[in-house]
Design a protein around this ligand. Sequence first.
Ligand code: HEC
Ligand code: HEC
Length: 268
Amino acid sequence: MPIRSLTAIVAPVFLAAVYLTTASAVPHAQETTENPFTTNLDVRMGQRVFRQQCGRCHGRDGAGGELGPDLTDGFQNASTDAGLFSIVREGLPNTQMIGINRNATDQSVWMVVSYLNSLNDTANVDLPGDATSGMQVFNGKGNCTNCHMVSGEGGRRGPELTRVGSRRDPDELLSALMTPDEDVAPRWWTVRVTREDGSVIEGLRMNEDTFSLRLMDEQEDLWSFSKGRIRSYERIETSIMSSVDGVLTASEVDDLIAYLFSLRREES
Ligand code: HEC
Ligand code: HEC
């Protein structure tokens, strides 16, 4: 009880202090309305800042998370770069949106703005492949629907791909297909559990804490284990997806990329 009332008194004071400091640290942020940092390198730097500071709420790739909305489908609160700048810099009052670290330079704020714009860039890139053939490979020969869902159809052992074209550009899609083991997010790690009777269960790691483990096996069945009651377990940080390299022809891969990249929200 005493602790709680202390927090209640301290919190508003603290917030007020943050607000004042932020406001005076960037008195004329909106004076520059044109983003000076828009090269590909700037976008990548912005992406890096984003992953460090924003990903926990908005998702690593800005497609939305439990705490923050999808940022790949336009912005409700800003229509210009300057507007985005001030949201990223100052956050949105009375919401969980807290904005960037107070010590961030204007340059890194602009880089984040460039990155946010890149997430919404639906410019039609000229791709060699054919999206309709790509869809056939996806649903047929590629067996991609075993693990991936598009518009409600398919498996759950891999990320949902309904709008993958909004969060991945063609180059990133190509690496996802050719080198799936690179850069696997913990959400897609596998665990192999050896039970006390010696039997082995393997599957995607759904949940793990000090005492328990939850996994989803190949049949999409869920298993829970208490760590004290299994013989051992092993975490595997590679992807369960295998590379298409050597499995599909180069033109099938091009077609798949054209299809995947076409999976975006319509421009409104
Ligand atoms: C603690 C969670 C949290 C963090 C961290 C966070 N945000 Fe947000 N953000 C939110 C929430 C919640 C909203 C929605 C606020 C509302 O409108 O109710 C939001 C809204 C936004 C919006 C406006 C979206 C729109 O449609 O207008 C932008 C842009 C944005 N965030 C970018 C960022 C960036 C860039 C960072 C990192 C520098 C970041 N956010 C960090 C939670 C967060
Ligand atoms: C055995 C299950 C499985 C199969 C089959 C499979 N994938 Fe995957 N896929 C995954 C998992 C798990 C991930 C996430 C881990 C990673 O990055 O590899 C993934 C990641 C991806 C990504 C990156 C998604 C993102 O959000 O970045 C793409 C694109 C993709 N797969 C496309 C395909 C295509 C196209 C096929 C068919 C040729 C395919 N996958 C077959 C399991 C699978």
